[in-house]
Design a binder for this molecule. Structure first.
Ligand code: AMP
Length: 181
Protein backbone atom coordinates (compact mmCIF):
# COMPACT_ATOMS: atom_id res chain seq x y z
CA UNK A 1 0.00 0.00 0.00
CA UNK A 2 1.39 3.44 -0.86
CA UNK A 3 1.57 6.23 1.71
CA UNK A 4 -1.20 8.11 -0.09
CA UNK A 5 -3.57 5.12 -0.05
CA UNK A 6 -2.85 4.60 3.65
CA UNK A 7 -3.48 8.29 4.34
CA UNK A 8 -6.76 8.26 2.39
CA UNK A 9 -7.95 5.19 4.35
CA UNK A 10 -6.93 6.81 7.62
CA UNK A 11 -8.77 10.05 6.94
CA UNK A 12 -11.92 8.21 5.80
CA UNK A 13 -11.86 6.16 9.01
CA UNK A 14 -11.37 9.26 11.16
CA UNK A 15 -14.11 11.14 9.31
CA UNK A 16 -16.57 8.31 9.85
CA UNK A 17 -16.03 8.32 13.61
CA UNK A 18 -16.60 12.06 14.17
CA UNK A 19 -20.18 12.63 15.27
CA UNK A 20 -22.38 15.44 13.94
CA UNK A 21 -24.62 16.91 16.62
CA UNK A 22 -27.19 19.24 15.05
CA UNK A 23 -28.33 22.40 16.84
CA UNK A 24 -25.58 22.35 19.49
CA UNK A 25 -24.74 24.64 21.29
CA UNK A 26 -27.46 26.59 19.46
CA UNK A 27 -29.90 26.17 16.60
CA UNK A 28 -28.35 26.00 13.13
CA UNK A 29 -24.87 24.86 14.27
CA UNK A 30 -23.75 21.34 13.44
CA UNK A 31 -21.31 20.54 16.24
CA UNK A 32 -18.40 18.28 15.27
CA UNK A 33 -18.13 15.99 18.30
CA UNK A 34 -14.68 14.38 18.47
CA UNK A 35 -15.30 12.41 21.70
CA UNK A 36 -15.99 9.10 19.83
CA UNK A 37 -12.62 9.55 18.06
CA UNK A 38 -10.80 10.25 21.34
CA UNK A 39 -12.35 7.12 22.84
CA UNK A 40 -11.02 4.92 20.02
CA UNK A 41 -7.34 4.14 20.60
CA UNK A 42 -6.51 3.38 16.98
CA UNK A 43 -8.35 6.39 15.51
CA UNK A 44 -6.87 8.74 18.14
CA UNK A 45 -3.35 7.39 17.57
CA UNK A 46 -3.65 7.75 13.79
CA UNK A 47 -5.04 11.28 14.15
CA UNK A 48 -2.13 12.42 16.33
CA UNK A 49 0.50 10.72 14.17
CA UNK A 50 -0.96 12.07 10.90
CA UNK A 51 -1.10 15.62 12.26
CA UNK A 52 2.40 15.49 13.79
CA UNK A 53 4.10 13.82 10.80
CA UNK A 54 3.86 16.96 8.63
CA UNK A 55 5.82 19.06 11.11
CA UNK A 56 8.69 16.70 11.89
CA UNK A 57 12.14 18.15 11.21
CA UNK A 58 10.92 21.75 11.05
CA UNK A 59 12.50 22.85 14.32
CA UNK A 60 9.24 23.43 16.18
CA UNK A 61 9.93 23.83 19.90
CA UNK A 62 6.41 24.60 21.23
CA UNK A 63 2.95 23.32 20.35
CA UNK A 64 0.13 25.64 21.40
CA UNK A 65 -3.24 24.10 22.21
CA UNK A 66 -6.39 26.23 22.20
CA UNK A 67 -8.86 25.73 25.08
CA UNK A 68 -10.33 23.24 25.49
CA UNK A 69 -10.33 20.55 22.81
CA UNK A 70 -7.12 21.90 21.31
CA UNK A 71 -5.33 20.84 24.52
CA UNK A 72 -6.24 17.20 23.93
CA UNK A 73 -4.62 17.16 20.49
CA UNK A 74 -1.73 19.55 21.16
CA UNK A 75 -0.26 17.55 24.06
CA UNK A 76 0.34 14.25 22.21
CA UNK A 77 1.44 16.13 19.05
CA UNK A 78 4.03 18.00 21.16
CA UNK A 79 5.36 14.69 22.48
CA UNK A 80 5.57 13.28 18.92
CA UNK A 81 7.55 16.35 17.84
CA UNK A 82 9.81 16.41 20.90
CA UNK A 83 8.44 19.88 21.69
CA UNK A 84 6.88 21.53 24.73
CA UNK A 85 3.14 22.19 25.05
CA UNK A 86 1.58 25.58 25.83
CA UNK A 87 -2.08 26.10 26.78
CA UNK A 88 -3.87 29.11 25.29
CA UNK A 89 -6.84 29.87 27.55
CA UNK A 90 -9.94 31.98 27.87
CA UNK A 91 -9.45 35.21 29.83
CA UNK A 92 -8.84 34.87 33.57
CA UNK A 93 -7.86 31.18 33.71
CA UNK A 94 -4.06 31.38 33.66
CA UNK A 95 -2.34 32.06 37.01
CA UNK A 96 0.82 33.96 35.97
CA UNK A 97 1.40 37.15 33.90
CA UNK A 98 -0.35 36.96 30.52
CA UNK A 99 -0.58 38.53 27.09
CA UNK A 100 -4.07 38.87 25.57
CA UNK A 101 -5.72 39.05 22.17
CA UNK A 102 -9.38 39.92 21.60
CA UNK A 103 -11.33 38.74 18.57
CA UNK A 104 -14.86 39.19 17.23
CA UNK A 105 -17.55 36.55 17.66
CA UNK A 106 -20.88 36.46 15.84
CA UNK A 107 -22.26 38.48 18.77
CA UNK A 108 -19.71 40.35 20.85
CA UNK A 109 -16.09 39.40 21.40
CA UNK A 110 -13.83 37.03 23.28
CA UNK A 111 -10.31 37.21 24.72
CA UNK A 112 -7.60 34.55 24.69
CA UNK A 113 -4.49 34.60 26.82
CA UNK A 114 -1.17 32.84 27.22
CA UNK A 115 1.63 33.22 29.75
CA UNK A 116 4.07 35.92 28.72
CA UNK A 117 7.04 33.56 29.19
CA UNK A 118 5.41 30.58 27.44
CA UNK A 119 7.26 31.17 24.17
CA UNK A 120 10.55 32.96 23.65
CA UNK A 121 11.53 35.47 20.98
CA UNK A 122 12.43 33.68 17.73
CA UNK A 123 10.98 30.34 18.85
CA UNK A 124 9.09 28.31 16.18
CA UNK A 125 5.61 27.27 17.21
CA UNK A 126 2.76 25.15 15.92
CA UNK A 127 -0.85 26.16 16.77
CA UNK A 128 -3.31 23.27 17.21
CA UNK A 129 -7.10 23.13 17.54
CA UNK A 130 -9.88 20.67 16.81
CA UNK A 131 -11.97 22.79 14.42
CA UNK A 132 -11.20 25.72 12.13
CA UNK A 133 -14.48 27.54 11.51
CA UNK A 134 -14.40 31.32 10.82
CA UNK A 135 -10.70 31.53 11.74
CA UNK A 136 -11.18 34.18 14.44
CA UNK A 137 -9.80 32.00 17.21
CA UNK A 138 -6.69 30.86 15.32
CA UNK A 139 -6.10 34.45 14.14
CA UNK A 140 -6.08 35.67 17.75
CA UNK A 141 -3.54 33.01 18.70
CA UNK A 142 -1.29 34.06 15.80
CA UNK A 143 -1.44 37.62 17.21
CA UNK A 144 -0.47 36.36 20.70
CA UNK A 145 2.53 34.43 19.38
CA UNK A 146 3.75 37.38 17.34
CA UNK A 147 3.31 39.79 20.29
CA UNK A 148 5.91 37.68 22.07
CA UNK A 149 8.25 37.76 19.06
CA UNK A 150 7.92 34.06 18.25
CA UNK A 151 7.26 32.62 14.78
CA UNK A 152 4.14 30.70 13.73
CA UNK A 153 5.47 27.79 11.69
CA UNK A 154 2.04 26.28 11.10
CA UNK A 155 -1.60 26.01 12.15
CA UNK A 156 -2.90 22.44 12.34
CA UNK A 157 -6.54 21.51 12.86
CA UNK A 158 -8.26 18.18 12.82
CA UNK A 159 -11.37 19.54 11.06
CA UNK A 160 -11.78 22.47 8.67
CA UNK A 161 -15.25 23.83 7.85
CA UNK A 162 -14.28 25.13 4.41
CA UNK A 163 -17.58 26.90 3.77
CA UNK A 164 -16.74 29.36 6.59
CA UNK A 165 -13.45 30.30 4.90
CA UNK A 166 -11.32 30.45 8.04
CA UNK A 167 -8.26 30.41 5.78
CA UNK A 168 -9.33 33.83 4.51
CA UNK A 169 -8.49 35.27 7.96
CA UNK A 170 -5.18 33.40 8.01
CA UNK A 171 -3.84 34.38 4.61
CA UNK A 172 -0.13 33.81 4.13
CA UNK A 173 -0.14 31.24 6.95
CA UNK A 174 0.65 27.57 6.61
CA UNK A 175 -2.70 25.93 7.48
CA UNK A 176 -3.18 22.15 7.55
CA UNK A 177 -6.43 20.27 8.17
CA UNK A 178 -6.72 16.49 8.27
CA UNK A 179 -10.44 16.48 7.45
CA UNK A 180 -12.51 18.97 5.46
CA UNK A 181 -16.25 19.53 5.24
P1 AMP B 1 -13.64 29.99 14.77
O1 AMP B 1 -12.99 31.02 15.64
O2 AMP B 1 -14.92 30.46 14.18
O3 AMP B 1 -12.67 29.44 13.72
O4 AMP B 1 -14.06 28.79 15.71
C1 AMP B 1 -13.15 27.86 16.12
C2 AMP B 1 -13.37 27.44 17.56
O5 AMP B 1 -14.74 27.17 17.82
C3 AMP B 1 -12.62 26.16 17.82
O6 AMP B 1 -11.94 26.29 19.06
C4 AMP B 1 -13.67 25.07 17.83
O7 AMP B 1 -13.45 24.19 18.90
C5 AMP B 1 -15.00 25.79 17.97
N1 AMP B 1 -15.98 25.41 16.90
C6 AMP B 1 -16.45 26.23 15.93
N2 AMP B 1 -17.35 25.62 15.17
C7 AMP B 1 -17.46 24.36 15.65
C8 AMP B 1 -18.24 23.21 15.27
N3 AMP B 1 -19.10 23.23 14.25
N4 AMP B 1 -18.09 22.08 15.98
C9 AMP B 1 -17.22 22.03 17.02
N5 AMP B 1 -16.47 23.08 17.43
C10 AMP B 1 -16.58 24.24 16.76
Amino acid sequence: MTNNTRNALTTEKIKAIIRDVPDFPKKGIIFKDITPLLADNSAFTETVKSMAEIYKGRGITKVLGIEARGFILAAPIALELGAGMVPVRKKGKLPYKTVSATYALEYGEDTLQMHEDAVKKGEKVLIVDDVLATGGTAGAVVALVEKLGAKVDGIAVLIELEFLNGRGKLSGRDVFSLIKY
